[in-house]
Design a protein around this ligand. Structure first.
Ligand SMILES: *[C@@H]1O[C@H](CO)[C@@H](O)[C@H](O)[C@H]1NC(C)=O
Ligand SMILES: *[C@@H]1O[C@H](CO)[C@@H](O)[C@H](O)[C@H]1NC(C)=O
Ligand SMILES: *[C@@H]1O[C@H](CO)[C@@H](O)[C@H](O)[C@H]1NC(C)=O
Ligand SMILES: *[C@@H]1O[C@H](CO)[C@@H](O)[C@H](O)[C@H]1NC(C)=O
Length: 161
């Protein structure tokens, strides 16, 4: 098994353990990313749709972020294996969330956002898809131990947008 894909100096044993745990969660869990947190298919591609998209992203991101921060806090104040696993799981969900919304933002607005009149909105849409790209790279790194049928693996095989 290859475990040293992390940046130089990254403790590879810790990397391996975190990767394994994340892999197990992604393979074993049926509720990695709650479907209520996924962008639905009802968005158009114009500026009004982008407003709605950004606002939905915002509300959903706050919930996902809250759970992730809460899980980190719980682990940092109570260092059990269980809490560690929960923290890794929450981080994986956050990563997947960013990836999915980023991909969607690019699909929907790539050809139209150049014409948006609301510059703030333009920035928000741009930052959502930039986060998506960053999290694709991150999930590729974490994919080391994932099995071929796992969700992360499929995500990683998807086209880079
Ligand atoms: C799409 O998702 C948003 C936010 O998640 C929600 O407000 C909206 O009602 C959903 N639309 C449909 C058709 O499900
Ligand atoms: C959601 O919007 C509020 C108000 O505009 C902003 O302060 C907050 O940072 C946004 N949250 C996210 C996750 O973008
Ligand atoms: C620490 O976490 C464990 C779960 O791993 C829990 O059973 C225990 O009650 C927690 N301890 C405190 C002091 O919160
Ligand atoms: C953007 O605006 C330009 C100039 O008004 C127009 O020619 C072009 O078709 C618009 N693009 C889209 C995707 O609406």
């Amino acid at each position: 098994m290859k475990v040293n894909l992390g940046p130089p100096g990254w403790p590879s044993l810790e990397m391996m353990i975190r990767t394994l745990v994340l892999g197990l969660f992604l393979v074993g869990s049926t509720s990695a990313l709650d479907s209520a947190w996924l962008p639905n298919d009802s968005y158009g591609t114009d500026e009004a749709a982008a407003q709605q998209f950004a606002s939905d992203y915002n509300h959903t991101a706050e919930q996902v972020l809250y759970l992730s921060v809460e899980a980190s806090w719980t682990y940092n104040t109570n260092l059990t294996d269980y809490n560690s696993a929960k923290q890794v799981e929450a981080a994986g969900i956050e990563q997947e969330f960013n990836y999915v919304w980023g991909k969607k933002a690019k699909e929907l607005f790539l050809n139209t956002y150049g014409n948006f009149t609301d510059l703030e909105l333009k920035k928000v849409i741009e930052s959502i898809w930039t986060l998506g790209v960053a999290n694709l790279v991150e999930s590729e790194r974490n994919q080391v131990s994932a099995t071929p049928s796992s969700p992360t693996h499929d995500i990683c095989k998807a086209n880079i947008f």
